[in-house]
Design a protein around this ligand. Sequence first.
Ligand SMILES: Cc1cc2nc3c(=O)[nH]c(=O)nc-3n(C[C@H](O)[C@H](O)[C@H](O)COP(=O)(O)OP(=O)(O)OC[C@H]3O[C@@H](n4cnc5c(N)ncnc54)[C@H](O)[C@@H]3O)c2cc1C
Length: 504
Amino acid sequence: MTKSAVIIGGGLGGLFTGAILAKEGIKVSVIEKNATIGGGLQSFTRFGEVFDTGMHVIGGMRPGGNIRRICDYIGITEKIHIKDVDDDVIDTLYFAEDKKTYHISQGKETFVDRLAEEFPDQRENLARYVEAIYDIVEELDLFFLRPSNDYIAVHSDDFMMAANKFIGKYITDSKLTAVLAYMNPLYAGRENMTPAYIHALISVLYINGPSRFAGGSYRFAETLRDSIVERGGEVVTNDGVEHIATQDRLITSVTTRKGRLFSADYYISAIHPCSLLALFDDPSVFPKAYANRLREIPNSYSAFTLNIKLKPNTFRYMNHSGYYMSRYDEIWNFGREEWKWPLGFLYMTPPDIEQGEFSTKMIITAPMTWDKVKRWENTRVGQRGKEYEEWKRERTEELLSRIEEIYPDFRSYIEDINAASPLTIRDYYNVKEGAMCGYSKDCNNILLSQVPVVTKIKNLLFTGQNCNVHGFCGVPLTAINTSEVILGRNYVLNKINKLDDDKQ
Ligand SMILES: Cc1cc2nc3c(=O)[nH]c(=O)nc-3n(C[C@H](O)[C@H](O)[C@H](O)COP(=O)(O)OP(=O)(O)OC[C@H]3O[C@@H](n4cnc5c(N)ncnc54)[C@H](O)[C@@H]3O)c2cc1C
């Protein structure tokens, strides 16, 4: 008999898990609360331009990359619009403190060579550091889509070390330690807390070669949706799950805002676990300690974003991302509430499908902690009041002043501008405190922040960024873990590897 699964949340995790299960003959219903699917893949149109909300830089999509191999297996690679960033400069990094710009290059050797030009006495240390991050990643079978029968993973000391200490173990120049940590806003890094394996994973993915969605990340969400629908599944939008009914510690059905009732063999939560807990008609269905643990895991910090429409033919298209940092010694301070905002930000010009010489838009994303917007936490989109609008305008001006340190007169290139705060992220994704990457990972208490995909309710599974690694490079891997609980251990991984073998 065909098995069925109801997936709560049509973001990156819900859609990937749905696409895998639908491919394997499971009858899938994905339920999304927003009018638009995608979660972090969602785009919106403003001033006639398409802006992506939570997917600006992606890894694993170059030929042979792990996420690309998953897309090959689902059968969607040919339909995806991707633009690889330039290999000689994948990122630039500007430090306001000494007005210095560093260039980061793709590929292990070039990465080392380019930075060694700036830090010649660190060349050997740099080479050792790069080997060490690749060694850490080698410990993760799933990263390489290798089937594994190990139930308890044993890891090296480097793997579990705090990322900042790990960098300091290999690099003795304090400026270079900051340069190597420049991507920590991408994984909401915190000093003495974020494990080195998270830093290593993201760094390796980008050293191997980052890419971007061309023409909007929403196209990718739609491709995943189409693959679910073509295989007999459904993707419901604009109708979030509001109630979950249980009996004898099993879920019996979910009911949506519009009153539709869905029941299935399996229920998969692709939303923040704290948002899920609030949906149960009987809150005592989870053991108290388990529910408390889910509530108490700290969340990653959030972000303040500027979506800028540029005047035609004023700003050249940059086929790499840029990072602004105030000071070297502040690189790990993003998550600290008391720190003066903004410490730094990422800026990038998203490509159109037919990208010309000039950019049509820019997105600036600056990490921000929840406390900055807490006073408006009881307000909703469009009704937050004048004080909030004024606060947003001031933050916008602060960011524009910073970017003008790199591009004087930048304000004169702007046609229109829109700002989104952590409140926007909270309300659109239904994620606690607008957390950019879901739960924070803490190397001092790794068990606390590891949420297994199996839960205390037998027919409920988790997927999405809160289980393991967030983002485009992490969530699809967890989708495999979740699917394999239903399909059987290594079932999907074996199929992916067989497909690769058949191609050779
Ligand atoms: C500003 C920002 C920038 C980012 N940039 C990048 C980047 O450049 N690269 C990268 O790899 N990652 C990036 N990320 C992280 C990435 O977006 C997330 O890790 C990823 O989207 C998480 O996927 P998910 O499926 O777990 O959650 P989401 O994508 O958030 O999906 C959850 C979905 O569930 C829906 N939902 C919630 N409650 C309900 C309910 N009750 N019923 C039905 N549906 C519900 C939500 O509307 C949402 O669509 C960024 C995140 C942010 C916030």
